[in-house]
Write a protein that binds this ligand. Structure first.
Ligand SMILES: [Zn+2]
Length: 603
């Protein structure tokens, strides 16, 4: 995940430890409680059981019972059941654990850092760290590198094909990235174990990339190598796509891999693509996996003000910097609304919390459940999520003023001043909404300061009238805008890949804990895992993969653990680690997913 886009593995939603503060907030919302009481009177139980008109929730009733969060049944490989039980035994041995630790620790030792604004491969020497990593991968995974075909894309992009016997089946893609977020030299002393040591302390593997995303990269390769060792030959082709600059926008890695895959396989050629993204962990007292089925859009807005220079001893009333400051304040004072609707992915995630999270605050649960049929409850729900930055950011378009520049000398009036505002665009909005909102918000200031106003290439003031200076809005850095990702289908006949993923998550989770993987195994809900559609506020390499499949799944079965005992941490900061047990579970998950996809007739 790019460096500015939040910490992965930090659960997107508040967990049990934040429950107390939730209760405090809720207690403070006396008005809200009153609203909920009123809602309670107006929407008795019989009313809330009316089936809402939600086309994407066709399973909302199961056997006459309200089913807010339909769960797929766990699925273990059938045709390959013998292979699976054999693999599963191997994965449980101390020998395999040692190999897995060695594989991941070995990869962590290569400081494959990627930076913003790097020059192309072959020009910028900082790419040279990737060569030794790739030599390591070839020696560590000999079968992968002899049995699969490999194309190197733009030198360091790795595109493997494990050719299946039935080429009429759509291939699947397992993706990960080889690069890591740079370690700031001044923070090295804060690391308990050196960042590129791959140190194993008996429980955890430490180092930059141990979690993000070398656990994904090595998890996939370990799974494939192990399956090759058992002699598995796929029916369905498996493609592995490993970029090398995901943390720096993916221009050289994933963008080029996407072109290569489009050339070789064509558009919409894959049954699904799975890449890093959501994991699972404890949310409000229950274990919930949240595969991301969408990503927000993106735009960096450049605001520039220009006005005549001169000596500071004879200043105008407003300098370029003063006018820019006024424009920025105006934009911050007009944030985008947070308004959850039934179409938001968060709404669906919340349905799962309401149905399954045992420690969800009572009023929150009530608001979620009743919101399906009550506008008042929906408003109450919106009030609750607006108080929580992570929920609010998940629903609405956000803006963050991140860069500012202007002025060169204290005795010279600044001729130019500029700022960049980062936007993450709601999945229900578009780049055009951001352009429209910012244009409307600041237009009156162009008039007030008598500036020519150019918004995204269009001059909105009368060019024949003389002006004092210029105000312009544009997309920063040439082309930094990105529409929200298409939403991966999760319901109906076109949702085979998501359902397969859900079933595999549930089976892999149960298998790893020695719970029954059979559907009717009598697993207590407290011990089980719930799968809820989730979304990401940041972007991954998959932003280049939209044309390759409708079914992009951002999930790698990484266990976030509980707030009291996290299983992974330090992503994008100091002391990154992953517990070996979590890493082993990832390997099992990838193996099971490959086998389940191989056998599937619904993807
Ligand atoms: Zn990542």
């Amino acid at each position: 995940m790019p460096i500015l886009e939040g910490k992965k593995n930090e659960p997107l939603f508040p967990t049990r430890s934040s429950k107390t503060s939730w209760f405090r907030k809720l207690a403070a919302l006396v008005g809200l409680t009153i609203v909920l009481c009123l809602v309670g009177k107006q929407a008795p139980g019989a009313t809330i059981l009316q089936q809402p008109t939600l086309e994407y929730l066709p399973n909302i009733f199961q056997n006459g019972q309200l089913d807010l969060c339909h769960q797929e049944k766990p699925l273990v490989p059938q045709r390959n059941s013998e292979l699976w039980s054999n693999l599963s035994k191997t994965f449980g041995t101390e020998d395999f654990k040692d190999r897995a630790i060695g594989w991941l620790a070995g990869a962590v030792k290569y400081p494959t850092e990627s930076y913003d604004n790097m020059d192309p491969v072959g020009v910028d020497p900082r790419w040279d760290t990737f060569g030794p990593l790739q030599e390591y991968l070839i020696s560590a995974f000999p079968l992968v590198n002899t049995k699969l075909s490999l194309a190197k894309i733009n030198t360091y992009g790795l595109l493997y094909e494990w050719t299946g016997s039935d080429t009429s089946l759509k291939p699947i893609v397992l993706a990960a990235h080889q690069d890591v977020v740079p370690v700031l030299p001044e923070t090295v002393k804060e690391w308990t174990h050196p960042p590129y040591s791959g140190y194993f302390d008996g429980t955890r593997i430490w180092g930059r990339g141990a979690s993000d995303d070398k656990s994904g990269l090595i998890g996939i390769l370990s799974a494939v190598e192990s399956m090759l060792e058992k002699g598995f030959e796929p029916t369905r082709t498996v493609v592995l796509a490993f970029g090398f600059d995901e943390e720096a926008h993916g221009h050289y890695g994933a963008a080029e891999l996407a072109k290569a895959m489009l050339d070789v396989y064509g558009g919409n050629a894959f049954a699904f693509i799975i890449d890093e993204g959501g994991g699972f962990g404890e949310v409000y007292g229950s274990t919930i996996a949240t595969p991301s089925i969408a990503e927000k859009g993106y735009m960096d807005l450049l605001v520039e003000v220009a006005s005549p220079g001169g000596h500071s001893s004879v200043p105008p009333k407003h300098t370029s910097i003063g006018m820019l400051a006024r424009v920025l304040v105006e934009l911050e004072d007009h944030p985008y609304p947070v308004q959850i609707t039934k179409d938001h992915i968060l709404y669906r995630t919340l349905q799962c919390f309401a149905a399954h999270s045992k420690d969800l605050p009572k009023d929150f649960r009530k608001a979620i459940k009743r919101s399906a049929s009550s506008k008042k409850a929906m408003k109450a729900l919106n009030d609750i999520i607006s108080q929580e930055p992570r929920f609010a950011a998940s629903v609405g378009t956000t803006q963050a003023l991140d860069l500012i520049n202007g002025g060169v000398k204290t005795n010279a009036l600044p001729e130019r001043a500029s700022a960049v505002i980062n936007h993450r665009i709601s999945t229900l909005e578009h780049v055009s909404n951001v352009k429209e909102h910012s244009t409307k918000t600041v237009k009156h200031l162009a008039d007030k300061f008598n500036l020519t106003f150019n918004a995204f290439g269009i001059t909105l003031t009368d060019p024949s009238v003389p002006k004092y200076g210029d105000l312009s809005l544009s997309v920063a850095f040439g082309k930094s805008d990105l529409e929200p990702a298409p939403i991966t289908p999760t319901e109906g006949s076109n949702a085979g890949p998501y359902k397969l993923l859900s079933s595999t998550i549930r089976a892999a989770y149960r298998e790893h804990r020695g719970l029954g993987t059979e559907v009717e195994a009598g697993v207590e809900e407290d011990d089980d895992i719930v799968v809820a559609p989730g979304m990401s506020t940041g972007n991954t390499d998959t932003k280049y993969y939209w044309d390759l499949t409708e079914h992009i799944l951002r999930y790698n079965h990484r266990n976030a653990g509980t707030p009291e005992a996290p299983s992974t941490g330090g992503v994008h900061t100091v002391n990154e680690y992953i517990e070996v047990d979590s890493f082993l579970e990832m390997i099992k998950f990838f193996s099971m997913l490959i086998l389940n996809a191989d056998e599937s007739t619904t993807i």
